[in-house]
Unconditional design. Structure first.
Lengths: 194, 582
C-alpha cells in the first residue's frame, strides 16, 4: 500500500477537527496504519487549526514532513495558503472557496491576498488546485458547518476506496440527528469532482 | 481490535484498565482530556479539584488508603503540585499512584516551555515516557506496577504532540480488574506517613536505596531496548521524538528508552560499545545527553538539535543534514512567492462578556494585572487592556505589590472564576491582611472556558455530572472579610464603569464580580444588529473592541451576521449611533 499524507487547514469552528477524525478513521477502515496530529487549545477562539493525517503500511511520526504531503485540504483560502511548503511536487490541493478575514484585515491593517495570488502560490508545488464551493454547498443543504464533509466527499473520489466505507464512517462520527444530512453533504462533495 | 485514540484518551483508558479507581486533576492544555475521559468509565471516581496540588494530595490519600490512583496535570501544574510530589516520594504509598504530566514544547497553550523530566531527578521519582498511544495505555499499567513494587509515585510524561495525536490502540486484549469486594482498610503507620524531621531522616535513605533498585529495574524492563541496525550510527531517544528519529535515520541502531529516570547505565554502555557514534534526539533540555556525558560516553545532542521549541521530522532531518549525519534528500524547488499572509491569532469570541469588561478598563486607563484564561487575550491589539500575566493566580499579588510600591496608576487585578478558585483566594487574603487597597475583578463566566468548559467548584456540577454545592465567590470574599463587594454584568457598561471608578477611588481593598456566563457554554445568541451605512462615518471606534464580525469596508463598517452573536456591545460603543439593534 502506498503511503498517503494529508494536511488539513482551517479556522476554529469550521469543523476541521471532525473532518480530520473522519479521514483518519476511514484510513483505519481501509486497512492502513494511521496517525493524526493536531493542536487544539486556543483554536476555538477563531485561531487557525491545522491537522496532519497519515495513512501507510507503517507510520512512525504523526506529523507530516515538509515536501511530502500528497493532499492539502483547505477549509479556508488563506489557511490553505500557509502550507504549500508541505506539499510534494504534483500533489493536489482541494480548497474551499471561502474567506474568513483575520482580525488585522478587518481592522484595515493588512490585505487578504487575492484568490489568484493564493492559487499561484499553491501551484508552485501542487499540480492542481481544485476550488470547491464547500461552504456554499453546505449552506444550501442547511448547515455551513458541514463544509468538512463536503470536502471529504470530493477527496474520496480522488483517493478511491469503497464509497460505502466512507459513508459508513461519516454516519458513525457525525451527530446522530444529522446523519442523513451529512451523507447528503458527502454525496454533494463527490458530485463536484466526478 | 484497534481503535484510534488520542494520547489523552489512551492514558484514561490505561488507568481504567489497570484498576485506577480514583483520579483527580485541574484542567490544563494539553492534559485536560485525560480526566474528562477517565470520568466516563464505570465504577470509578473522578474529580476536578480546585488546583493541581489539591488534586495530587487527594490522589496520594486514595493511594495511602490502598486504592490505585491517578493525578493528571499540565507541566506548569506540576509546579503547583510539587510540594506534594516531594513528600509522597519520601512517604511512599500503599497502592499504586501514577502522575500523568504533559509538557508543552513550543508553548502551544502555555506560559513557558519547562522540561518536566527535571522533576523526576529533582524529586527522585521514577519517570516513564511513552512514544505513542498504545504505549500511553500500557505505560500507565507499568507505572502502577512499579509504584507498588518500589513504594513510590511514578510520573508518566507526555507532551502536547502525544496527548493530542491519535494513533491506533488495542482495545480488546484486556479487561479491567473486578471492583474490590470489601472497602479498603487504612493501615496506620505514623513513622512512614508523618514527615516530621525524625521520620523524614529515616525515609531519605530509603529513597536513595530505592533509586538504586529502580536503576537495576531499568536494566531489565522491556520498555528500554536496543533496536539493532547499522553500527555506524546509534540514536538514543524516548517519547514522540523517537518516531521523528525513526523516519530520519531508518537504518541506525536505536536505544529506545521507555523509562527516562533513572537510566539503565549498563544497557547504555552496552549500546555505546555496539555503535561508532551516538546522537541523542530529545526535545527541550539535554536531559539524557548530560547523563550520558557524566557516564563518560561521547555523545552529541544539543550541538545538533535545538534546545528551544518543538521537534518535527522536518526539523530533525534538516539538523541531521546540516551536521553531516545524512545526505540531503531530493527536494522540490524552494517556494519563491513571498505572498503576505496575515496572521490569525486567537481572539475573544463574539458575545464574550470579558470583552465588555476590558473595554471599560481600557477606556478608564487602568493598569491591569492579568491572569491565565481566555481573558488573557485582552492584552492583544486592538483591546491592549492587560499589562502583566505570569501564572495562575498571580494577578492579585502582583497588583498588591504594584500598589504598595506607590505608583500613581489606577491598578486592578483581573482573573477568571476558575482561576480565582484555583489560586486567587490566598492573595485576596494577603491584600486584606496587609492593609492593601487592591481592586480585584473576578471576570466570572461560570466555566473553565479556555480548556474546554470544564466544571469547577463554582458551577454546581462535578466532572461526573453530579449536582453539588456551589462555592459562591461573593460569599467567599465577604466571609474572608471584604466589605466592598459589587456584582455587575459587564454588558451594562455604564454601571460597570461607575462601579469600577468607585472601587479604584476607594482606599479599601475591594472585589468586583463581573458576571456574564460564557456564551459558548450557554449558547446564548441574539439577533445581530445592523450598521446603517448612511450614518456610519467609518471612524473605527467599534473596531477597537476587537470583535471579529466587525469588518471595515471602504466607506463603512459591516457586520458579518454568520459570526455575530448579537451581544450589542458595538451598538453601545458607536459614537454616531450608526449600529442599530434589531
Amino acid at each position: 500500500m502506498k503511503n498517503i499524507d494529508f494536511l488539513m487547514a482551517g479556522v476554529g469552528g469550521q469543523g476541521t477537527i471532525l473532518a480530520s477524525n473522519i479521514l483518519a478513521e476511514v484510513g483505519l477502515q481501509l486497512g492502513y496504519d494511521v496517525k493524526k496530529a493536531e493542536v487544539h487549545g486556543m483554536a476555538q477562539r477563531g485561531g487557525q487549526v491545522d491537522s496532519h493525517i497519515r495513512w501507510g503500511d507503517k507510520v512512525y511520526s504523526p506529523l507530516v514532513e515538509e515536501n511530502n504531503a500528497d493532499y492539502l485540504i483547505g477549509f479556508e483560502m488563506l489557511e490553505a495558503a500557509r502550507f504549500p511548503h508541505f506539499l510534494k511536487e504534483n500533489s493536489l490541493a482541494l480548497v474551499n472557496d471561502y474567506r474568513i478575514n483575520p482580525p488585522l484585515v478587518n481592522l484595515g491593517k493588512a490585505t487578504y491576498p487575492s484568490k489568484k495570488e493564493i492559487e499561484t502560490l499553491i501551484l508552485e508545488r501542487a499540480g492542481k488546485v481544485l476550488w470547491i464551493e464547500g461552504t456554499g454547498i453546505a449552506k444550501n443543504l442547511g448547515n455551513p458547518a458541514m463544509v468538512g464533509v463536503v470536502m471529504l466527499g470530493a477527496l474520496s473520489t480522488l483517493i478511491g476506496g469503497d464509497k460505502e466505507a466512507w459513508l459508513d464512517v461519516v454516519g458513525r462520527m457525525v451527530p446522530q440527528k444529522f446523519v442523513e444530512l451529512n451523507k447528503e453533504a458527502f454525496n454533494a462533495g463527490c458530485a463536484v469532482t466526478v | 481490535m484497534k481503535k484510534l485514540m488520542t494520547g489523552n484518551e489512551a492514558f484514561a483508558y490505561g488507568a481504567y484498565l489497570h484498576g485506577v479507581r480514583f483520579a483527580a486533576a485541574y484542567p490544563g492544555t494539553p492534559s485536560s482530556e485525560i480526566l474528562s475521559n477517565y470520568a466516563r468509565y464505570p465504577g470509578v471516581f473522578a474529580e476536578w479539584s480546585p488546583n493541581e496540588k489539591v488534586a495530587l494530595d487527594a490522589a496520594i490519600g486514595a493511594a495511602y488508603a490502598g486504592t490505585r490512583a491517578m493525578s493528571s496535570m499540565k507541566h506548569v501544574g506540576m509546579n503547583v503540585a510539587a510540594d506534594s510530589l516531594f513528600y509522597a516520594v519520601y512517604t511512599g504509598l500503599k497502592a499504586g499512584l501514577v502522575i500523568v504530566c504533559a509538557d508543552d514544547p513550543n508553548m502551544h497553550s502555555s506560559q513557558n516551555e519547562q522540561d518536566n523530566r527535571n522533576y523526576a531527578k529533582f524529586a527522585k521519582c521514577p519517570m516513564l515516557e511513552p512514544s505513542d498511544n498504545e504505549e500511553a495505555k500500557q505505560f500507565v499499567g507499568t507505572a502502577l506496577d512499579i509504584s507498588e513494587q518500589y513504594d513510590t509515585p511514578v510520573i508518566v510524561r507526555s507532551v502536547t504532540r502525544l496527548s493530542h495525536s491519535s494513533t491506533p490502540v488495542e482495545v480488546t486484549d484486556q479487561e479491567p480488574p473486578p471492583p474490590p469486594e470489601e472497602p479498603p482498610v487504612y493501615e496506620r503507620d505514623a513513622q512512614k506517613f508523618v514527615m516530621v524531621p525524625a521520620n523524614a531522616r529515616r525515609r531519605h535513605p530509603v529513597v536513595e536505596e530505592r533509586l538504586k533498585q529502580l536503576a537495576e529495574f531499568a536494566e531489565s524492563t522491556p520498555i528500554n531496548y536496543i533496536e539493532p541496525g547499522d553500527s555506524k550510527l546509534g540514536i538514543v531517544s524516548a517519547g514522540i521524538c523517537y518516531h521523528y528519529a525513526r523516519e530520519v535515520f531508518p537504518d541506525a541502531t536505536f536505544l529506545k528508552l521507555g523509562m527516562v529516570y533513572p537510566l539503565p547505565e549498563k544497557l547504555i554502555h552496552k549500546f555505546a560499545e555496539q555503535v561508532e557514534k551516538i546522537i541523542v534526539v530529545e526535545e527541550l533540555d539535554p536531559f539524557l545527553e548530560e547523563r550520558l556525558k557524566l557516564m563518560g560516553i561521547e555523545v552529541q545532542g544539543k550541538d545538533i538539535f535545538p534546545m528551544i521549541g518543538e521537534f518535527s521530522p522536518s526539523l530533525v532531518r534538516s539538523c541531521a543534514v546540516q551536521a553531516g549525519l545524512i545526505e540531503a534528500p531530493e527536494a522540490p524547488p524552494e517556494i519563491k512567492s513571498n505572498l503576505e499572509r496575515p496572521i490569525r491569532p486567537p481572539m475573544l469570541c463574539p458575545g464574550c462578556g470579558h470583552r465588555a469588561l476590558f473595554h471599560v478598563l481600557r477606556e478608564n486607563g487602568v493598569l491591569v494585572t492579568g491572569d491565565i484564561g481566555c481573558y488573557t487575550l485582552a492584552f492583544a491589539p486592538p483591546l491592549n487592556a492587560m499589562h502583566t500575566t505570569g501564572c495562575m493566580g498571580a494577578s492579585i499579588g502582583v497588583a498588591h505589590g504594584i500598589n504598595k510600591a506607590g505608583v500613581k496608576d489606577d491598578v486592578a487585578a483581573v482573573l477568571g472564576d476558575s482561576t480565582f478558585l484555583h489560586s486567587g483566594i490566598h492573595p485576596v487574603i494577603d491584600v486584606l491582611y496587609n492593609q492593601g487597597s487592591t481592586t480585584t475583578i473576578i471576570s466570572d463566566n461560570n466555566a473553565t472556558a479556555m480548556t474546554g468548559f470544564q466544571e469547577h467548584p463554582g458551577t454546581g456540577k462535578t466532572v461526573q455530572d453530579m449536582e453539588t454545592k456551589v462555592v459562591d465567590p461573593e460569599k467567599l470574599v465577604r466571609g474572608i472579610g471584604y466589605e466592598k463587594v459589587d456584582i455587575c454584568d459587564p454588558y451594562d457598561i455604564d454601571k460597570m464603569e461607575k462601579i469600577l471608578q468607585d472601587h479604584l477611588k476607594s482606599e479599601e481593598p475591594s472585589v468586583i464580580i463581573a458576571r456574564h456566563p460564557c456564551v459558548l457554554s450557554t449558547r446564548e445568541k441574539h439577533t445581530p444588529p445592523e450598521v446603517d451605512p448612511e450614518i456610519c462615518i467609518n471612524c473605527g471606534v467599534c473596531l477597537d473592541i476587537g470583535c471579529s464580525p466587525l469588518v471595515q469596508e471602504e466607506d463603512h463598517v459591516r457586520i458579518d451576521t454568520l459570526l455575530c452573536n448579537g451581544c450589542g456591545l458595538c451598538v453601545k460603543v458607536c459614537p454616531q449611533e450608526a449600529i442599530i439593534e434589531k
